[in-house]
Design a protein around this ligand. Structure first.
Ligand SMILES: [Zn+2]
Length: 76
């Protein structure tokens, strides 16, 4: 399996998936993905994407809740 963007080999890894919904940042840990060694591009299988969407939309019983500092890179 090669990366669509740079053509480097991709390896199966466990990653942390994050998505922002309104003011809430959702984090899903231990998600299987193919990750590019070179540019970090991630590919998820259709089954994984489906489960991620379900997990994020249902939002029930997270395994833990994080406090997340937010920085503004454009702020001086
Ligand atoms: Zn790549």
């Amino acid at each position: 399996m090669k990366c669509d963007l740079c053509g480097s080999p991709m390896n199966e890894q466990m990653v942390t998936y994050t998505i922002q919904l309104d003011e809430k940042l959702m984090v899903v840990e231990h998600v299987p993905a193919k990750v590019c060694d070179q540019c970090g591009e991630r590919l998820y299988s259709p089954e994984t994407v489906e489960r991620l969407q379900k997990t994020v939309w249902e939002q029930r019983s997270p395994s833990r809740v994080l406090q997340t500092p937010v920085f503004d890179f454009a702020a001086k």
